[in-house]
Design a protein around this ligand. Structure first.
Ligand code: PLP
Ligand SMILES: N[C@@H](CCOP(=O)(O)O)C(=O)O
Length: 556
């Protein structure tokens, strides 16, 4: 339960089965220090902590005898990983297995997330075999079923306004939106409001969202960029009125369940490599390369590493929106365009200035993000490790970490950045991570050269990762460490960039080589979307009105 005993969106310890037995990793705290000892169900339904922080487990568990998981199919491996963070007193083992099985039954590949050899030391982890052809499906199919499980349990014997109705508000630069909508469409007791930057997602991404006509799905096209959408979502969570009356829920990677579900494929791909390679054995080290925006995907790799997976480094690959790359190079985390006089005229929501000029539109639009929300979670662990050097106890370290993170985030909000962080903090970050920035031209060159060399068509986000992987291989030397580069989306979602790169390639024909049958005719379907100004209060009023109409129409 929240430290003050009150949870602002109505999620309270009384409303779920008491955690009779749990480990530390099955209880959760806020990165800003004011919430602690929450259950998995509480943090999944609340999404964001009352103090504005993100939830993390009170401890990262070591995966017991993880080496013996080598030959397990995806779903069994998922159960082993997830059950370390979810107490069976909250979700009994058979129920968790059922949720996992249902979540991955919608995937087109039997391995769920297959690993393919691309070239030399680089392997591609294909994460796009779910219903919406992007890595988000891995977590959002699971999260949709989790919401359903918790709501069904809470609503037994209840009718009408007594039922727990969750109002999901999310921000998307294209992929989270459709994956969340496919995970939640038509589900009872949930309304979904998905905010995307108008005209700044790819045409296929837009169609995937706006052609879903279920009554509980609402697409809002915001005049602005992705950060404006993310700021509006955070402003809604910070508003006690709407948060408590409408019981807001999160589907972005601020929701802990997103990170947790994504941890599974790091283990799965490691073992796939051990099975597929003649030279790589369980226990050997691997590098993961992760195209990054909001820092959720690479953070899941950090959890896998802390659980015991032999990871040499996690390589963060950014596009020209490079706040993360700049942090690893300088120790400063800065939005850049929000400084000084340039900030004047910026667009304000929740007191955060976000400047249009701050985000560049690139060929990998899903990563056109100025501020990476999950970076806060890593900062907490870095601050905790720094505090440990004082030789005090766990409680003291946690308190210090919470204070440090709150201070940094406050500076980010008021000054547009913070840092340089302490030398030891940066050194710890550099021990586990590397970073690379990849330009649009390099993205196009990579799509082109990989197609010419091995005939594989990369999507532009995956190409950012592959270029970073090539640089990393060069740096460590050929044949030294295998690299698993995450392939985060199917190339058909980004026809513009792929065609730009390959229109001269001999024999390349987009519809024949790339387009899956699921996308054919999407543009002929009916669409439903509302244009809304970049104004969180306008969004709040619209959400209130639509939810009221849905509740009035509900027959249960
Ligand atoms: C295709 C694609 N690649 C990479 C990313 C970046 O992932 P993350 O935000 O978890 O860093 C995103 C969006 O988040 C995406 O949609
Ligand atoms: N790239 C994302 C942006 C939102 O990130 P999330 O992982 O926090 O949901 C998108 O495609 O929407």
């Amino acid at each position: 339960m929240a430290s003050n005993g009150v949870a602002t969106n109505g999620v309270s310890a009384e409303s779920h089965s008491p955690a009779a037995t749990h480990t530390k990793s099955q209880r959760y705290l806020s990165t800003r220090g004011e919430d602690s000892d929450l259950s998995f169900e509480e943090v999944v339904l609340k999404g964001l902590a009352n103090d504005g922080g993100l939830y993390i487990p009170e401890a990262i568990p070591e995966a017991p005898q993880w080496q013996t998981w080598k030959d397990l199919p995806f779903n069994e491996l998922a159960y082993n990983v997830l059950s370390l963070y979810i107490s069976p007193s909250e979700i009994p083992a058979d129920d968790l297995k059922d949720i996992i099985n249902r979540s991955y039954s919608t995937f087109r590949a039997p391995e769920i997330t297959p690993l393919v050899h691309l070239q030399d030391d680089i392997h591609l982890l294909e994460l796009f075999h779910g219903p919406t052809f992007a890595f988000k499906d891995v977590a959002l199919q699971f999260l949709g079923n989790l919401f359903e499980y918790f709501l069904t349990r809470r609503n037994v014997g209840k009718t009408g306004r007594d039922r727990y109705h969750l109002t999901v508000v999310g921000a998307t630069s294209g992929d989270t939106g459709s994956a969340a909508i496919y995970g939640l469409r038509g589900k009872k007791d949930v309304s979904v409001f998905m905010l995307h930057p108008k005209g700044k997602v790819s045409p296929i991404q837009e169609l995937q969202m706006t052609t879903v006509l279920d009554a509980n799905v609402h697409n809002l096209a915001i005049t602005g960029n992705f950060d404006n959408c993310q700021d509006i979502v955070k402003a809604l969570f910070a508003d006690p009125d709407i948060n408590s009356t409408l019981k807001l829920g999160a589907v972005n990677s601020i929701n802990w369940a997103r990170i947790l579900a994504q941890t599974v494929y790091y283990f799965h791909s490691y073992f796939a490599l051990a099975r597929q390679s003649e030279t790589f054995k369980v226990g050997d080290k691997v590098r993961y390369v992760v195209p990054s925006g909001n820092f959720g995907d690479v953070l899941a790799g950090y959890f896998a590493f802390r659980m015991g997976l032999p990871v040499d480094k996690l390589v963060i690959a950014t596009n020209e929106n490079d706040i993360l790359d700049r942090f690893w190079k300088t120790g400063k985390y800065e939005k850049k365009a929000t400084h000084g006089p340039e900030a004047e005229g910026g667009i304000e929501s929740d007191g955060v200035k976000a400047h249009e000029d701050g985000v560049k539109e690139t060929l990998s639009p899903a990563m056109d993000i100025l501020v990476s929300s999950n970076f806060e979670r890593l900062l907490w662990f870095l601050a905790y490790q720094f505090a440990e050097s004082a030789g005090m106890d766990d409680e003291w370290n946690k308190k210090q970490a919470g204070q440090e993170v709150s201070g940094w985030l406050k500076e980010l909000k008021t000054k547009g950045g913070f840092g340089p962080v302490y030398k030891d903090v940066l050194e710890t970050a550099r021990r586990n991570f590397d970073s690379e920035r990849v330009s649009d031209q390099e993205t196009l060159d990579t799509i082109k050269s990989i197609y010419n060399e091995v005939g594989y068509v990369l999507d532009p986000h995956t190409a950012v990762g592959v270029e970073a992987a090539r640089r990393s291989v060069k740096q460590v030397g050929s044949g030294v460490i295998p690299h698993i580069s995450l392939s985060t989306a199917h190339p058909a979602k980004f026809a513009g960039a792929v065609t730009l790169a390959l229109n001269d390639a001999p024999g390349f024909e987009f519809n024949e080589k790339v387009l899956p049958k699921e996308f054919v005719g999407l543009d002929q379907k009916e669409k439903r979307v509302r244009d809304v100004e970049n104004d969180w209060k306008a969004v709040r009023e619209l959400v209130k009105k639509e939810v009221e109409e849905e509740l009035a129409a509900a027959q249960y």
